[in-house]
Ligand binder design. Structure first.
Ligand SMILES: [Fe+2]
Length: 387
């Protein structure tokens, strides 16, 4: 069947409230959604950051019965999610406010899935197909404080299964955030390295989703505008971290890239999920190191999209080599490590990583399917001199 002779269904996410300073509207967003006893969830690394005390103060002042749960690792672990469920249920909370970067928001979203029901976390595994009877979940509000994960408009969360040593995706089609609140002022204090790593994560979301050869024009449109915003602003925001203009563009770009990967992701994420699960590495940095090898692997299958990718991201025409070199120059300018060895990955784990990555849902949507041996090669190529 020709490409545009297909029938497809696309859905669109949730209300998104964007603007500098709009964190102050958190209490009115809770009011609007009938929330009285929210549990704020973030990761341990954000426990002392100003955005957490600010969110709490706004809700305390407005008379909400608010509590905070911060026992979430950089790569959230299953037992932490179940601890959060206990806190939620014992506190008789009625909503989760998931605030932070990818780990804080994923932790909050996963807690919202398992709270007030008797299912186990892994019943929400993306790969399971049994129908679940849950129609009502706790209300969920997502507030990103990095411009990277783009996880604010969906209930999908990546959680590490300690028994399997794998990161798995949990979600439910009936759980969606009631609102995403995008305030670029919350990203102004993000350090240079995290700004770069999370920014590349967003860039990779848009590239991987756009390169999938399936019909999803809504996602493709989101991915291209994301690349335009990220390509034009990532280096600017590194040079001038307090520029609200660039911070705002990056936050919107990250959100759009996050929506775009409803279409799927690719081998960068398939491998990165498993590296993160085994070595607890920073997700965006891991992606940044892996991106060049995966682009080389996909070269033929994405050739018809390269001109658009290069023009939109780097504002100039070019072929695959131009795009590849532009990406590598960007990674160099952002001082990205040039090998997985630099973040602790050992050669003896390559086969295990490859086997696990081959089972990741993102491996199944990559434009070129990879065997375990090909995945091994990609990881070996990325150990040192990755670009
Ligand atoms: Fe990602």
């Amino acid at each position: 069947m020709s490409f545009f002779a297909q029938s497809v269904d696309w859905d669109f996410p949730v209300p998104i409230h964007y603007g500098p300073g709009r964190i102050t509207e958190l209490s009115s967003i809770c009011d609007y959604n009938g929330i009285r006893r929210p549990l704020i969830v973030t990761d341990r690394g954000s426990r002392d950051l100003p955005f957490l005390s600010l969110a709490r103060k706004i809700l305390d002042t407005a008379g909400f019965a608010v509590n905070v749960f911060t026992d979430i690792s950089p790569n959230p672990i299953d037992k932490e999610i179940m601890m959060g469920k206990s806190v939620f249920e014992e506190g008789k909370h009625d909503a989760v406010i998931a605030i932070g970067g990818g780990s804080g928001m994923d932790g909050g979203k996963a807690i919202s899935l398992v709270s007030n029901n008797n299912y186990k976390l892994w019943d929400f595994d993306n790969d399971k197909t049994e129908v679940k009877d849950i129609s009502i979940f706790p209300s969920l509000i997502c507030i990103p404080t990095t411009s990277g994960t783009g996880a604010e408009t969906e209930s999908t969360a990546m959680v590490t299964n300690r028994d399997l040593g794998m990161k798995l995706c949990v979600w439910h089609p009936n759980q969606k955030p009631v609102a995403a609140l995008l305030d670029p002022e919350l990203t102004l204090d993000l350090p240079k390295n995290l700004t770069a790593w999370t920014g590349i994560d967003a860039l990779v979301h848009a590239i991987e989703s756009y390169c999938i050869n399936s019909l999803h024009s809504v996602a493709d449109g989101m991915a291209l505008e994301a690349l335009n915003l990220i390509g034009n602003n990532l280096e600017l925001v590194i040079k001038n971290p307090t520029d609200i203009q660039s911070r705002g563009a990056m936050l919107i770009g990250s959100c759009l890239a996050g929506i775009s990967f409803k279409k799927g992701l690719g081998l960068v994420h398939a491998i990165s999920h498993m590296v993160g699960a085994i070595y607890n590495t920073q997700h965006g940095l891991t992606n940044a190191i892996l991106l060049p090898a995966v682009l080389r692997f996909n070269k033929v299958e994405i050739s018809h999209k390269i001109e658009t990718l290069n023009y939109v991201t780097f504002s100039k025409p070019g072929n695959f080599d131009d795009f590849y070199n532009n990406i590598c120059n960007l990674l160099d300018n952002l001082e990205i490590l040039n090998g997985l060895e630099g973040i602790g990955v050992k050669k003896e784990k390559v086969l295990e990583l490859a086997k696990k990555a081959s089972k990741d849902s993102a491996a199944k949507t990559n434009p070129r399917l990879a065997s375990v041996a090909e995945l091994e090669n990609l990881i070996i190529e990325s150990l040192s001199r990755a670009r």
